[in-house]
Design a protein around this ligand. Structure first.
Ligand code: PXP
Length: 236
């Protein structure tokens, strides 16, 4: 059974809607851990659109499971990671305009830069996870960088328009897991996983951890709303 990493970026997205203090991502992280999350994931974006440097520092002090920092390979962010030292970093591609991480990191196409970043992070004692598309070329390049882990992008599987497509993309992920394990990589997966499509990925043999964010935060709003209204009604 894979472990579950919970991405809490969207708690910070909600906070930034009012630029105040609520909801507090650190408290959300604590709630996730109480409920059984195996790690807490946050993405410190270059534009700081949700998670801030302050969140990262407090999370490093308070997360008891494992803090997994999603990040680009920009020098500023790499410097912050080496200073804060989360237990794990996940290197992702980052574009200013995107709503979420759109594709995997092109490790093969940016090999020298990625390898240098992996070395820097590993020298700071941080385990490195590379977020890549489920393609042999990217898996082989990832292994050559010295990274210990990869995370397979499940976005195409999650976005499948019909069962036939879903089956095809699931097979792609399965083949990628098999190959990566054979060459000695730890394999994680994530992106777009929700309450309908996660079971089939969780059943793949050899996946260490699933990282899930958006669907869990959406579900939290829906299962919590009734109680929140009752509490306000009682108070009035
Ligand atoms: N894994 C990585 C590397 C990501 O960039 C994201 C999105 O931040 C996720 C997992 C979680 O994706 P989602 O929010 O769609 O569950």
């Amino acid at each position: 059974m894979p472990k579950l990493g919970v991405n809490i970026d969207h708690v910070a997205t909600l906070r930034e809607a009012r630029k105040g203090f609520d909801p507090e991502p650190v408290l959300a992280a604590l709630a996730c851990e109480v409920a059984g999350a195996d790690s807490i994931v946050v993405h410190l974006r270059e534009d700081r659109r949700h998670i801030k440097d302050r969140d990262l520092c407090i999370l490093k002090e308070t997360v008891k499971t494992k803090l997994n920092l999603e990040m680009s390979i920009a020098q500023e962010i790499v410097g912050i990671a080496c200073e804060v030292k989360p237990q794990q970093s996940t290197l992702v591609p980052e574009k200013r305009q995107e709503l979420t991480t759109e594709g995997g990191l092109d490790v093969a196409g940016n090999f020298k830069q990625v390898k240098a970043t992996v070395e820097k992070l590993k020298n700071s004692g941080i385990t490195v996870n590379l977020f890549i598309d489920p393609q042999k070329e990217q898996i082989d390049a990832s292994k050559k960088t010295g990274a210990q882990m990869i995370e397979l992008h499940t976005g195409r599987y999650a976005g499948a328009k019909n069962k036939l497509q879903e089956d095809k993309y699931l097979q792609e992920i399965k083949a990628a897991v098999r190959h990566a394990r054979q060459i000695g990589l730890i394999v994680n997966a994530g992106h777009g996983l929700n309450y309908n499509n996660t079971k089939r990925v969780a059943a793949i043999d050899g996946i260490e951890e699933l990282n899930i964010g958006y669907s869990i935060i959406c579900r939290a709003v829906m299962v919590g709303l009734e109680r929140a209204v009752r509490e306000m009604r009682a108070l009035i």
